[in-house]
Design a protein around this ligand. Structure first.
Ligand code: BES
Ligand code: ZN
Ligand code: ZN
Length: 509
C-alpha cells in the first residue's frame, strides 16, 4: 500500500492552510505540549469557554474544534487527552498515536500536524510516533477489487524540536515503518502465493536492491541433502513445493564484531497444516502466518543494512510447507539431525523446532556466532501463556536476555521470560532416540525451547523468541491495530542492535 508522507517540522505548516492540528493535554488541562501553538491556544480558550468544562484531558479523550475562518489559517484543532503525566509512558504514547491517526482518517481528513507529546526533543518518542502512525494505517489490499487509496491520509507533519537526535530518530522511524510493513506484506500473502520458492525470490530481490550490502544464497533440496539437513527435508517432504534454506549476509566494512557474526534464524513454514498429525480446521486457519519469524529475519537484515549499522549479521531461514500426503514424514519416524543427534517424531505438527534445530546446529558449526537468535511462531502454548501482547523469551545467556527485554520495552515489541529449566528436558526424551520432538501439553513453550537448546548446547550464546501470539492477530486486531500480520520482530531485533551500538553494556563474556 501507499505509505503517507511524513515531514519533520515542515515550515509550510504554519503558512499553508492545513486541515487539522493535533494538540495533546495532560489531565487537568494544566499544560499543553508544544509552544508554537501556545499563543493560538490562548485565543481558542477565549473563544470557546465551554471547552474548559468539557475537556478534562483524560487518556484518549478527543475534542474537535472547528475554528472561525476569519481568525485562523487553521481550520480545525483536535485536542487529545494524554491522561496523567506520570503515566504517559512510551507504550501509552504508541497507543494514542495509533488511535488518533485512525480517528482522523475516519473523519476523511487527508493531512494533519501533530506534536510529539510529552517531550518533542525525545528521540525515542519521535521514532515511536512515526512508526505507530504509519502502522495503524497499514492495510493489506493486494487482492481487494476496489482500491481505497483515495481515503488514505496523505501527509503528516511532526512538530518537533529539530536536533541531530530527533532528525536521526525520525529517519530511523521511517525505515522501520517501511520494513515492518514489508514484513506484514510477506506474511499476509496467502500460502498459494507465498511458497518456499516465492519467499526465496523475495529475499533475493531484497538483496539485489541493497546496493550490494546484503548477499544472498539459496540452498535447494539437493544442497540441503548434501549439507545433511535431514530434519528440514523431512518436514518438507510431504509437499510438492520443495523446501529450501535462505542465507542472507550483511557484512559491512567497518564492524564492531569482526571475529564472529550474530546469526538470526527465522522459522518459515509457509503453511502449517500439521502434517499427518493434521490440525483442526479452526487451528489451521491462520497458518499461512507460520513463516512470520522468517519474514522478520529477512526484513531485519534489510533494515540494519539500510541503517548502515556496524554489525556483521547472518540471517538463516529454513523454508518449508508442512503438508499431509503419501510422501509426508510420519509419527514414529527417526531422523538424524545436522549435529548427529537422532530425533523421534512424536508429532508432525511440532515441525518448527525440527527445521530450527538443523539450522541452529549448522549456524553454530559454520560461524561460531557471537550470538544465535531464533525467532518463530513456535507454540500455541506460548500464545495461551502470554496472549497477543508479549512474545516468550528464553535462552542460555542471562545478559542477552536482559538486553532483549530492554529492546522490547523500547521498541514496543515486548518479551516475557519463561523459565528454561533443565527439568523440562526430561519430557523431551525418547526411549529409542536421543530426543523426541513432542512433549506433554503443559509447559509446551518451554518444552520446545528445551528441545532447541540441544541444537546449540550450553556454551553457544543463544536466545529463543516464541512469537506465536504477537506475530499474527488473525481477524482480531482492534479499531486502530489492523488484524493479520503485525510484522513482529523487526523492531525488536533492530532495537537490540541499536542498543548494542550505544555501547551501553557493550561487553559480553
Ligand atoms: N505453528 C504452530 C504453533 C502456532 C499455533 C503458531 C498457533 C501460531 C498460532 C506449531 O507448529 C505447532 O503446531 N505447535 C504445536 C506443537 C505440539 C504438537 C507439540 C502446538 O503448539 O500445539
Ligand atoms: Zn505445527
Ligand atoms: Zn508451525
Amino acid at each position: 500500500m501507499k505509505q503517507p508522507c511524513f515531514a519533520l517540522n515542515s515550515p509550510d505548516f504554519w503558512h499553508e492552510e492545513k486541515e487539522l492540528l493535533v494538540l495533546g493535554f495532560f489531565e487537568g488541562l494544566g499544560e499543553f505540549c508544544f509552544s508554537p501553538a501556545g499563543e493560538m491556544l490562548l485565543r481558542v480558550y477565549n473563544q470557546f469557554p465551554s471547552f474548559k468544562n468539557d475537556f478534562k484531558g483524560k487518556f484518549g479523550q478527543k475534542m474537535l474544534l472547528r475554528l472561525p475562518e476569519r481568525d485562523f489559517a487553521l481550520r480545525q484543532i483536535l485536542f487529545v487527552g494524554l491522561g496523567e503525566r506520570e503515566e504517559f509512558d512510551l507504550e501509552r504514547h504508541r497507543e494514542l498515536s495509533a488511535q488518533i491517526t485512525c480517528y482522523i482518517r475516519d473523519l476523511g481528513i487527508k493531512s494533519f500536524g501533530l506534536e510529539v507529546f510529552k517531550d518533542p526533543a525525545d528521540a525515542e518518542r519521535v521514532k515511536a510516533t512515526v512508526e505507530e502512525i504509519g502502522l495503524s494505517l497499514y492495510q493489506f489490499r493486494a487482492y481487494k477489487k476496489t482500491p481505497e487509496d483515495s481515503e488514505d491520509i496523505e501527509k503528516i507533519n511532526l512538530l518537533v524540536e529539530q536536533t541531530k537526535e530527533t532528525k536521526k530518530a525520525f529517519n530511523q522511524g521511517k525505515v522501520l515503518l517501511e520494513n515492518v510493513c514489508l514484513t506484514r506484506d510477506l506474511v499476509n500473502e496467502p500460502a498459494n502465493v507465498m511458497t518456499p520458492r516465492e519467499l526465496s525470490m523475495r529475499a533475493r530481490e531484497i538483496a539485489h536492491n541493497s546496493q550490494e550490502k546484503i548477499t544472498v544464497e539459496i540452498f535447494n533440496k539437493e544442497e540441503l541433502a548434501s549439507l545433511g539437513m535431514k530434519l528440514v527435508l523431512a518436514v518438507g517432504q510431504g509437499s510438492q513445493n520443495e523446501p529450501c534454506l535462505i542465507k542472507m549476509e550483511y557484512k559491512p566494512r567497518r564492524m564492531r564484531n569482526p571475529k564472529a557474526p550474530y546469526v538470526l534464524v527465522g522459522k518459515a513454514v509457509c503453511f502449517d497444516s500439521g502434517g499427518l498429525d493434521i490440525k483442526s480446521a479452526d487451528s489451521m486457519n491462520d497458518m499461512k502466518g507460520d513463516m512470520a519469524g522468517g519474514a522478520a529475519v529477512i526484513c531485519t537484515l534489510k533494515t540494519i543494512a539500510e541503517l548502515n549499522l556496524p554489525f556483521w549479521v547472518v540471517g538463516l531461514i529454513p523454508v518449508v510447507e508442512n503438508l499431509p500426503s503419501g510422501t509426508s514424514y510420519k509419527p514414529g519416524d527417526i531422523i538424524k539431525a545436522y549435529n548427529g543427534k537422532t530425533i523421534e517424531i512424536g508429532n508432525t505438527d511440532a515441525e518448527g523446532r525440527l527445521i530450527l534445530f538443523d539450522t541452529m546446529a549448522y549456524a553454530k558449526e559454520k560461524y561460531h556466532p557471537l550470538l544465535v537468535v531464533d525467532i518463530a511462531t513456535l507454540t500455541g502454548a506460548c500464545m495461551i501463556a502470554l496472549g497477543y501482547h508479549f512474545a516468550g523469551i528464553m535462552g542460555n545467556h542471562p545478559e542477552f536476555i536482559e538486553r532483549f527485554k530492554s529492546a522490547g520495552d523500547e521498541s514496543g515489541e515486548r518479551v516475557w521470560e519463561l523459565p528454561l529449566d533443565k527439568k523440562f528436558l526430561k519430557d523431551m526424551e525418547s526411549k529409542i532416540a536421543d530426543l523426541n520432538n513432542a512433549g506433554p501439553r503443559w509447559g509446551g513453550a518451554i518444552n520446545a525451547a528445551c528441545f532447541l537448546q540441544e541444537a546449540v548446547g550450553k556454551d553457544q550464546p543463544w536466545i529463543h523468541i516464541d512469537c506465536a501470539g504477537p506475530a499474527y492477530l488473525g481477524r482480531g486486531g482492534s479499531s486502530y491495530r489492523p488484524g493479520g500480520a503485525t510484522g513482529f520482530g523487526v523492531r525488536l531485533l533492530t532495537q537490540f542492535f541499536l542498543n548494542q551500538l550505544k555501547g551501553k553494556k557493550q561487553k559480553v563474556k
